[in-house]
Design a binder for this molecule. Structure first.
Ligand SMILES: O=c1ccn([C@@H]2O[C@H](COP(=O)(O)OP(=O)(O)O[C@H]3OC[C@@H](O)[C@H](O)[C@H]3O)[C@@H](O)[C@H]2O)c(=O)[nH]1
Length: 416
């Protein structure tokens, strides 16, 4: 408008100047306009580039985020343990139970049964022959506790019942450190009886058919006093268990401690140690690996084998009974060791193992078969699992153990 005013006031030259100014202004405006357009274009381009980068980043990041989420979920579920079903017991029915040697072969099966009944179970084990893996499926459960402790040292813990199983039980294991075996069965039992006395708990001692030694009475009933060599290689165990029984009855008489004594005959089943050294695990492992089945001596010596679940039933019945005198727990089906080797050979499919004889062991009991009339009458207990069923379960267990141990074996280093 100002240009026009000038132009109007000064016609001629002034008009030209006005026109020039108008043109210049227009050019400026157009230029500025053009520059503005360029900037806008640039901005849009930049936005496009940013958009593209974002898209590419999203494409790369989203799968990573999803994978992380999956990993988080799986870590959560793998650390969140699924326990076997445990019923809720009312306070008056729920017992606090201590199992010494509870990570061992028999002990761990007893743990399973008592946990599944809904009791509070504390395991004490020094892991000499026991293994954490036998009870690891309960670790972390609110009703379960695992204590690494040697019963040779005193222990103070509030419980209602004590199953005292702590002791090596296989001949090569208990002979490996005979002094320790004696200490475990004598001092260990003394400590547990002292605990039972203090907290007014009932104690069940896992004694053994070995208290009958190399028996002159057949089958062995609870009244038989036994035939034990007190200075032989087995003495650490059979005399150890005899003193443990004597201690139980001394505490019972003198201190009114409630005691139960189970004389356990040969027992077998899953969770026996690969290096257990007893006849059942030895023969099965030899047959599975096509190695010679080694009979110690002539093979005419006899044994009667019970499956571990039957023993667990018997132990619980005895603990909860009012029978304070010793009770045999075993399966009376008797076999010579030669027969037993043949049974294993016939049951392990496709085995090429020959049956061989090696030197007899010193003081090996020649005949053993439990008289279980007392358990039948007073506990209404007798074994339920036939030998063939138990053997098949145990073969399946050791096959799996062998497969796992081969998987775990390190690969041989190639020779360069
Ligand atoms: O490889 C073997 C192992 C063992 N045997 C024989 O098989 C028989 C049984 O021997 P084990 O080692 O299995 O067990 P034992 O009967 O000698 O002792 C057992 O008795 C009862 C329990 O208290 C104990 O678990 C254990 O001491 C013995 O006659 C033994 O000499 C073999 O012929 N070959």
């Amino acid at each position: 408008m100002k240009f026009n005013v000038i132009a109007l006031k000064m016609p001629g030259r002034k008009f030209k100047l006005g026109v020039i100014l108008v043109i210049a202004a227009t050019i400026m405006i157009v230029c500025c306009w053009g520059a503005g357009e360029d900037k806008e274009e640039e901005r849009l381009k930049k936005e496009d580039v940013i958009f593209d980068i974002r898209n590419e980043l999203d494409e790369a990041v989203i799968p990573i985020e999803q994978r992380l989420l999956q990993l988080e979920k799986s870590a959560y579920f793998s650390t969140r343990k699924i326990y076997p079903d445990v019923p809720f017991l009312m306070e008056k029915d729920r017992k606090r139970i201590l199992i010494t040697g509870g990570a061992g072969f028999v002990g761990s099966h007893l743990v399973d049964r008592l946990m599944k009944e809904g009791h509070e179970v504390t395991v004490v084990d020094n892991f000499f022959t026991g293994r954490k893996r036998n009870v690891e499926h309960w670790v972390g459960h609110e009703n379960f506790e695992l204590i690494n402790h040697d019963v040779v040292e005193p222990l103070l813990i509030e419980v209602d019942q004590i199953y005292h199983l702590a002791s090596p039980a296989s001949p090569p294991h208990y002979m490996y450190n005979p002094i320790k075996t004696i200490k475990t069965n004598s001092i260990g039992t003394l400590n547990m009886l002292g605990l039972a006395k203090r907290v007014r708990a009932r104690l069940l001692l896992a004694s053994t058919s070995e208290v009958y030694g190399d028996p002159e009475v057949h089958p062995q009933n609870e009244d038989y006093w036994g035939h034990v060599n007190p200075i032989g290689p087995r003495a650490c165990y059979d005399e150890g268990k005899r003193i443990a029984e004597a201690m139980c009855y001394a505490y019972h008489k003198q201190e009114n401690v409630e005691v139960r004594v189970a004389r356990i005959f040969n027992t077998f089943g899953p969770r026996m140690h690969m290096n257990d050294g007893r006849v059942v695990s030895n023969f099965i492992l030899q047959a599975l690996q096509n190695e010679p089945i080694t009979i110690f001596g002539t093979g005419t010596q006899t044994r009667s084998f019970q499956y571990v679940s039957d023993l667990v039933d018997g132990l619980i019945s005895l603990m909860n009974s009012n029978v304070s005198s010793p009770v045999n727990l075993g399966n009376p089906e008797e076999h010579t060791i030669q027969e037993f080797a043949e049974i294993i050979k016939a049951t392990v499919s496709n085995t090429k193992s020959p049956i061989t004889h090696v030197a007899a062991t010193e003081d090996d009991p020649q005949r053993r078969k439990p008289d279980i009339r007392k358990a039948k009458k007073l506990l209404n207990w007798e074994p339920q699992v036939p030998l063939s069923v138990g053997i098949n379960q145990t073969i399946a267990y050791f096959s799996e153990e062998l497969a796992n141990s081969h998987r775990r074996k390190p690969k041989p280093v190639p020779v360069s």
